[in-house]
Design a protein around this ligand. Sequence first.
Ligand SMILES: [Zn+2]
Ligand SMILES: [Zn+2]
Length: 172
Amino acid sequence: MILDLREIDNFPAHLFLEGDPSKIAPDYDGLRGVSKVTAELDIQQSGEEYFCQGQVEATVRLGCSRCLKEFDTQVGNKTDFIVCCESLYADRSGKGLDDEDYVFFRGSDLRADLTDIVRQTIVLAVGMKPLCAEDCRGLCPTCGVNLNERSCSCNVEKIDPRWEGLKRLLKE
Ligand SMILES: [Zn+2]
Ligand SMILES: [Zn+2]
């Protein structure tokens, strides 16, 4: 997703961008694919810096952390970053260029690649343990059957290991 500031005549500006989902290649386990990605941004100019705030929306394919089934869903998250050129940032902060609040122009061009920040925003929106449904019953720990689809005959007794010894004694 490229933000091209040469296309904007007046600030503050409101912009709607559509990204190439194949470029937002997932680099995160629970995220199996992205089929649509958009960003809606408000952009304010302050000198040579551009303050961007808005919302990223994506249609994603996730793997359920309980039953492992894949499902498609819509996620969205706020985003907030500053676009400027690398030399301006380096002069002012004296820091390295790995500040996650900043996106830098490519050279002297007023074009910024938003792919990384959009990907991070989506990964945050997905969260650590995606679920196909809040009440997903997961897989049977014994036979591996998906308990949302059918039940199994495993009788999963949850025995506290501390009682195991007692149980053995009673049997004798
Ligand atoms: Zn599930
Ligand atoms: Zn079972």
